[in-house]
Design a protein. Sequence first.
Lengths: 313, 296
Amino acid sequence: MSTTHDIDTIQRKLQDARDQIRKRIVGQREVLAQLLVCILADGNALLESNPGLGKTTMVRTIAEVTDLDFSRIQNTPDLMPSDITGTEIIRETDQGRDFVFEKGPVFANVVLADEINRATPKTQAALLEAMQEKQVTAAGETYQLPRPFFILATQNPIDQSGTYALPEAQTDRFMLKILVDYPNYEEERDIVEMFTTGTQQVPVEKVLTNDEIQAAQRHVRDVPIADDLQDRAIRLVRRTREEDTIEFGASPRASMALVLASKARAFLFGRSHVASEDIEALAAPVLRHRILLDFRAEREGQTADDVIQSLME
Amino acid sequence: MGKKDRPVGERMRAALRAVRLEAWKAAIVYAVVDAVALFLVANLLVAAFDPAAIPAQVSVPDQLTDAVITVTGASLSGPTVPGSALVALVVGVVTLVVELWVRLRRPLIEQFEAVNPDIAEALRTARDAIADEQDSAMAARLYEDVLAQLRETSGVALVNVYRLAATVFVIALVSLATVQVAAVDLALLDGDGPGSPTDGTDRPREFEGLEDGDSVLGDSEDVQAGDENLTAQIESTGGEEEVDPTQQFPSEEGTGDLSGDFESQQAGFAGSEDLEDAELIREYNLRIREDEEADT
């Protein structure tokens, strides 16, 4: 059984990992924290940002400092499900020809699915099924995906032509929807200086092992939460189903996601219990892709984040 | 097994019990102080206004006196307690009970959290974790964190010292006022104050100054209209001559010239007609007293 000393060690290493990532990623502290929360909560994230904001660099850096396998899938309309999950190929052996399953890029600890809305619904469904089930079935055989398994899917908020928007039922499977905004002037200047002088890539150290991340995932589920805070999270999700400005509210899966993500955030920041600030910080990332605003709210220029903020007050 | 050797969950339970005890203590302190303050205020008000509805003395029930006699062996004959004290006691007891109920209605741990906000969420979470009997490593880590934080906090904050000091100050003031009222026998309403001649008790009168005639003799009446006539014969005994106790009156041996018939009337007095008469009588009385004192 783990001791409190083990927990202290993992939490200290998580802090070291964040410090290492910050050596390469300028700013975006909240985005980075939300990505790590997703990994610790054994969830997946949908990341929405304009191109050129360092999504790939960020995810690749996380994989580097955490000793996790990394793969990237660039989604296109002609991408087939087997291109992601893998396929059986005929391989010549000494005993003759044999069908061998060739694992696809989804068999990695950290998978970056770039521009997921450019893949066809069939391919999207295959990817999201793997994400949900943590396994892939091909030719009657079931293959377990490596643990931990984390998909970071990105989509571009502009240039929607030739895309297949993810249906609400699919987006509900992402624990968080993370918005990446442009850096401020100072951050952008640092980025320019960092990547236009000296070596192209700032080196980072590997500070967390695969086993430690899985241990952290187990500890996260045991993080105690006060009854009133848990009730607050549940009430918040339920209010999205009663609010006039929301056409479709969030499901109970959102309640679970909010509580679990809050536990992960508490663990990430070295605490041993969930605080109200965890719920407040994660309410929007958990709920913004799970609610559909009423047309009147949209007409008034309200965003999902605005409505969620008003529900929390 | 030392305290440190006990499982952390058990130590956490003990800490929560201690926190609840602190909240109990604070509630009792507030309730007792407020009850004493209201007891004194009620006692003062009843003594000062002396409302007619409240009797001056209330007999102690026989069951109670019997019980006291049984326990102590002391002899009690018809003991009474002042009505004002009894009313004040009821007010004090009600205050004590109501304030305790109100203060203890709110969860005790939350009261402690309210005055120690730094530890509030952790303590509340630990309380719920203990209630759920969580014993995971994370729960143990939480318990240790909370126990460490509790060592840095204090239950003194549960008691608002300024509020308590203000109440104690009020108690002191009302106590002084109570003593003063008892000393000057203040009665603001038209009731029978303690020490008045018609208070219905057999207590000796302690007031030795000049008093109003009405208060001494009771209600005035018409001296010309007594409703019972008695005939009496009065005979002088001759000044310093000894009187035979067996001697019958009227005596043939009398030397005085007071053998005529006397017609008596029932004693009475005339109420003071106006302020001048009363002042005049009071002035005469004072002079007579001064003369008597000078002679002695």
